[in-house]
Ligand binder design. Structure first.
Ligand SMILES: *Cc1c(COP(=O)(O)O)cnc(C)c1O
Length: 833
């Protein structure tokens, strides 16, 4: 184990200050200041990126007990090292390089350990996860959590290696030249697998060949490299490897050099494929439990590795049939009795548990946090130490109830009981399900995390029994992508207010708000006081602006510290009156520069300014804002510029009268795209966060956040001449048709204007038009052209492949309306990697 005293020599850095405990061991590497699990033994590495600087969080970390730090800019350490008595600081030239050096040194401490590195454009994570599933009966495997394959993710993954592990499997991903040798130095692989080469990250490279050659650098030191001979670019790039690298290749096209010859055909069951495989003179048919091409290719990669290891064919077959699709993300599902279930059966090691508990802790919902956990099988730690650490994680992350399943975890009940207020232990999953009663769970957030063999999907199903098939899926990763897209457009120092009015444009207010708080936006805004109160009740502590607070809610503003927008003399006088009963939060002054909706006009200033001056002792103005009437359209540019000029004049007079500066803000999402010079001190991001680029300048830049989907309730054959639905508005046709009835209607927010061909839905990736009128809870679509539709299939009403902008245009409205109309009876499901 490395100690802090080793760091200067290892990284070529300078010891700025020695820690109180000079030989302190470095147990954990921490990069994200929000994720302190166990302060003792944690080394915080202050990385800097385009949007953040780790140095900034040093005081906060010190307060939480972290004492070991690695930094690369002494001048950026807030207060200088003297402000952190007892803490150790090493100053290096570049923190990322130092992080990689530490991980490489840790890896080098296991010289005899076989380590398989996986790279390629697609399938890395799945191949890694499947190999781990397939080899876990024989090996104790340390593998990358999720898709931790970057310059930062790889060192963190490798850091998890322990003496008990018998195999490492790590994935490596790159986006530009020069990155792979750095990852190779950290992983030091002895075996390699190259999945394939596709267009991902082409932009970062001069050519496909250059990309293939760069990726191949990972494998210069391996003994054996696995790949598919049929991928010509991969095969060519492999020719440049040293002669010490043995190749084990497979082919479906009969390439003579390939050691593994494969011929595939469809299986008897539509979900299966038969692979006839010849290897070392023996030929066997293997059934793969998949039919889609990417899964078949990924499975064949794995099959090649199993054959090379010399596993008997019958055993290979047995293991292949148990392969399960890999859930690539952590899903938060709405469940019985206002509970949420975080479904994470992705990984069953300590890092995975830490990540999932962190996600649990970030749920600001009121009510208890429950963890349902099975035996942890893949940690490589001795059981006593393992469950000690599980207990510590549960305590640090504030788990209030633990339902533990399995013989091993049951033997460590004592340490867990000491860490978690309420614990119950079950011998197996069946015992948990026998005990399960919906009434035991109310208003709580439940993390379900179990090793595969415990089949916790049955537990998740139990929680969801009463949820019907229509959901709005909100992709939190897409939301963060969009947030960062707009952030990258802001001048340094410009603050960001995010509009979460109208249930966060239909996406679920506190889930979105809590994510925004985690990503450190500066302000939130809602339309009404009760929306703000709800956010506070769910634990949101960011400043919140309320755009239209009614006078009878002023007491709530005080109680919940919500800042009102004040737009008229009447409101201002009422607010000043209420302030006589005790201080009230600062206000935001709405200035009307041309929208002609709410706000003080320029000729109101002679009356407004003295009034504000008279009450300067009791009333503070936090900001002044205006709203552009035509920010999204070029034809209104001149008008927008006039509005901005008026705003400049008005705020100059306001600040002169107040004698202090206020935050000035004017731009909404399209405004951020079209008026980069008018950002003032803050911008107000709305629809763009939710995936719609309303200015139309960069339609591809954002990712769709919301997917509205339902299921096919029934399929019917409709003979020529028959009509469909109310008023027989689905008119007769001269040919036979197939129609599908979907479980969604206008009461769910599916607009009635989509009736009679106005709208289309996606089923099995194909478009089907609405037929007849949209009903209250149902609608019908024509699926004549989609041969393989089945009852129970998913139908997408909007989302990827069916953009909101297109649908809105079809019925003469705007994406805002489609998003905010989705009724609250539609369950929200939040997904994230
Ligand atoms: C809703 C709203 C915004 C956000 O507008 P988008 O077009 O959704 O970005 C900004 N400012 C005010 C005053 C708003 O009401």
């Amino acid at each position: 184990m490395l100690s802090f005293a080793d760091l200067p020599a290892l990284t070529g850095g300078a010891l700025l200050q020695a820690p109180a405990e000079a030989a302190a061991p470095v147990l954990t590497l921490l990069l994200d200041s929000r994720r302190v699990a166990q302060a003792a033994g944690t080394l915080f590495v202050a990385l800097r990126g385009p949007h953040h600087d780790g140095h900034q969080y040093l005081p906060e970390l010190y307060q939480q007990g972290v004492r070991l730090f690695l930094a690369d800019r002494a001048a950026l350490i807030p207060g200088g090292v003297a402000a952190y008595p007892g803490a150790g600081f090493v100053l290096v030239a570049d923190a990322l390089t130092a992080l990689q050096t530490l991980a490489a040194a840790h890896r080098a401490a296991f010289p005899g350990l076989p380590v398989l590195a996986v790279t390629g454009s697609n399938g890395k994570t799945i191949v890694k996860e499947w190999l781990a599933q397939l080899l876990s009966p024989d090996e104790l495997i340390c593998r990358s959590p999720r898709s931790y394959n970057s310059q930062v993710g790889v060192p963190l993954s490798v850091w998890e290696l322990r003496p008990a592990h018998t195999l490492g499997i790590f994935e490596a991903g790159i986006s530009e030249p020069g990155e792979m040798p750095r990852l190779a130095a950290v992983i030091q692989p002895t075996l390699g697998l190259f999945t394939n080469l596709g267009p991902a990250h082409d932009a970062g490279f001069a050519s496909r060949q250059q990309k293939a050659a760069e990726k191949m650098q990972l494998f210069r030191g391996v003994r054996t490299l696995f790949y598919c001979h049929d991928h010509a670019e991969v095969h060519e790039a492999a020719a440049a490897l040293p002669a010490t690298v043995q190749r084990l290749t497979w082919t479906r096209h009969g390439a003579a050099e390939a050691q593994v010859q494969v011929r595939v055909e469809a299986g008897a069951d539509p979900g299966q494929t038969i692979a006839h495989v010849r290897y070392e003179q023996a030929e066997h048919p293997f059934t793969l439990p998949f039919a889609d091409e990417p899964s078949v290719e990924n499975a064949l990669h794995c099959l090649a590795v199993l054959l090379w290891r010399g596993l008997p064919a019958a055993e290979v077959q047995r293991r292949l049939l148990r392969l399960q699709p890999v859930a690539m993300r952590l899903e938060m599902k709405q469940a019985i009795h206002d509970c949420y279930v975080l479904d994470d059966t992705y990984n069953n090691d300590l890092t995975g548990l830490d990540l999932a508990l962190d996600a649990l802790r970030r749920q600001p919902r009121r009510g208890r946090h429950t963890l349902i956990l099975s035996d942890v099988l893949e940690s490589g730690l001795p059981a006593d130490e393992l469950y000690q650490r599980v207990a510590e994680l549960a305590r640090r992350h504030g788990v209030q109830r633990l339902l533990a399943v399995g013989p091993e975890i049951g033997r460590h009940a004592a340490v867990l009981r000491a860490a978690v207020p309420e614990c119950a232990f079950f011998a197996d999953t069946a015992a948990l399900l026998r005990w399960f009663q919906p009434d035991y769970f109310r208003h709580e957030t439940i993390l379900v995390k179990g090793a595969r063999r415990f089949e916790f999907e049955r537990v998740v199903t139990a929680f969801q029994r009463q949820i019907h098939g229509t959901v709005l899926e909100v992709n939190l990763d897409a939301l963060v992508h969009n947030l960062n897209y707009y952030r990258a457009r802001l001048q340094p120092g410009t603050r960001l207010m995010v509009m979460v009015k109208a249930f966060a444009y239909g996406s679920g207010s506190y889930e979105v708000a809590s994510l925004l708080e985690f990503h450190r936006v500066d302000y939130l805004a809602v339309a009404y006081t009760d929306e703000g109160v709800q956010l506070r009740e769910h634990g949101i502590s960011l400043p919140i602006m309320v755009m239209n607070p009614s006078p009878d809610s002023f007491a709530l503003l005080r109680q919940y510290h919500l800042e009102p927008e004040i737009y008229s003399f009447a409101r201002l006088r009422e607010y000043l009156q209420a302030a006589e009963d005790g201080p009230l939060p600062a206000i935001h002054l709405k200035l009307d520069t041309g929208m002609r909706r709410l706000g003080f006009a320029e000729d109101d200033l002679p009356e407004l300014l003295p009034l504000l001056q008279r009450h300067a002792g009791t009333l503070r103005v936090a900001s002044a804002l205006t709203h552009l009437a035509g920010a999204d359209e070029e034809q209104h540019n001149r008008f927008s510029e006039q509005q901005l000029a008026a705003f400049r004049r008005m705020t100059a007079r306001l600040e002169a009268a107040l004698g202090y500066p206020v935050i000035k803000h004017a731009l909404n999402s399209p405004g951020i795209m079209r008026f980069p010079k008018a950002q003032f001190d803050m911008v107000r991001l709305g629809i763009g966060l939710y995936g719609v680029e309303a200015a139309g300048l960069a339609p591809e830049a954002l990712q769709p956040v919301s997917t509205l989907r339902t299921t096919v309730s029934q399929l019917k054959r409709l003979p020529a001449g028959e009509t469909v639905g109310y008023g027989r508005r689905g008119e007769a046709a001269d040919h036979d048709r197939r129609i599908a009835t979907l479980a969604i209607g206008y009461a769910d927010g599916y607009d009635r204007r989509f009736s009679r061909g106005g709208g289309e839905v996606l089923i099995r990736g194909r478009r089907a038009p609405i037929i007849g009128n949209v009903c209250m809870d149902m609608c019908m679509v024509d699926v004549t052209g989609i041969a393989d539709v089945q009852e129970g299939d998913a139908a997408v009403l909007f989302g990827a492949g069916l953009p909101l902008t297109e649908l809105a245009a079809r019925i003469g409205t705007i994406p805002y309306e489609l998003l905010t109309n989705v009724s609250e009876r539609v369950k929200r499901v939040f997904v994230a990697e």
